[in-house]
Design a binder for this molecule. Structure first.
Ligand code: SAH
Length: 282
């Protein structure tokens, strides 16, 4: 039996020039493309004339199984997700299906993940450099995860002062989650903390709103939005959102000279700092 191939491909946020050359190559080589209708439409020009399995939002398991079966039989299959397919995408489900059927490395199909630019990165680029320091992603979808677990993670991320990118923040029916997330954040960060709402990044109808924790709920937040919440260090500058890495703690920005008492390549001497960043003592 010929070995098939199963590529699990991230196609980036939507713009064609934000798909990696490797992903393009794989889409060209594949016989069968499997994915949500929306994503197939996004790359339709690249996959003309190929076999496709398109399904709606709630048929992921069937789609994953169909992809695995076709690849096992020898086809070259590309399963596509937006952004990175390993980030809240089809990647993990494909591995769960492979595990379920007892697939082993070396057997058909050959399985390869092809990375893509995830929403956190593409949305961040549109608003500045909000990910300059430690950040995390939290999905607010409780369709497959108990809300209790999600709330604990928000609490932990909020108290540890991470910049947070919220995926799946809300949908038509689901608004309570982002309201609760905001309440938790306000217990740890000032109401003036910068927030950016990025909808449909690098797609038709892209929309960017700069706001703050206090006012964020006055704007539309939906399925196509990623919500970026700054840490206590994040600031707004010329319409951008920036989280500093900490260069100013050690160096003079005017001439790059090292500050007195600090040493390049060594841990920051916090006893020398006038203003130490310990936001959890707020
Ligand atoms: N695998 C995807 C994430 C899928 S989960 C990735 O790596 O980006 C779906 C969520 O991702 C959406 O609810 C939204 O929060 C975010 N998202 C995906 N594409 C986006 C885009 N172009 N602009 C803004 N947010 C996006």
């Amino acid at each position: 039996m010929t070995h098939g191939t199963l590529w699990i491909v991230g196609i980036g946020p939507g713009a064609h020039d934000l798909i990696t050359p490797r992903a393009l190559k794989v889409l060209e080589e594949a016989d069968l493309i499997v994915g949500y209708q929306t994503y197939i439409t996004l790359v339709r020009k690249l996959i003309k004339g190929k076999d496709k399995i398109r399904t709606g939002m709630t048929e992921e398991i069937g789609r994953a199984r169909a992809a695995v079966d076709a690849a096992r039989e020898g086809k070259k299959v590309a399963v596509i997700s937006s952004g990175d397919s390993g980030v809240y995408g089809m990647g993990c489900l494909i591995f769960e299906v492979l595990r379920e059927i007892g697939w082993k490395e070396g057997e058909s199909p050959r399985v390869e993940m092809v990375p893509g630019i995830t929403a956190l990165n593409s949305c961040a680029s549109l608003v500045g450099a909000p990910l300059g320091h430690d950040s995390c992603m939290i999905s607010l979808s409780d369709l497959l995860t108990p809300w209790e677990v999600i709330e604990r993670r928000i609490e932990a991320a909020a108290s540890a002062d991470f910049v947070i990118g919220f995926y799946n923040p809300a949908s038509g029916r689901r608004q309570r989650q982002i309201m609760r997330a905001r309440e938790i954040l306000l217990q740890h960060r000032p109401a003036s903390t910068p927030v950016a709402l990025v909808k449909s990044a690098y797609r038709f109808r892209e929309q960017i709103v700069h706001t703050d924790l206090e006012h964020m709920l006055e704007f539309e937040i939906g399925m196509l939005t990623t919500v970026l919440v700054g840490s206590t260090q994040t600031y707004r500058y010329e319409g951008r959102m920036v989280t500093p890495r900490g260069y100013k703690n050690k160096y003079e920005l005017s001439d790059g000279a090292i500050k007195e008492g600090q040493r390049a390549g060594f841990s920051l001497d916090t006893s020398r700092l006038q203003e130490v960043q310990r936001p959890w003592r707020m």
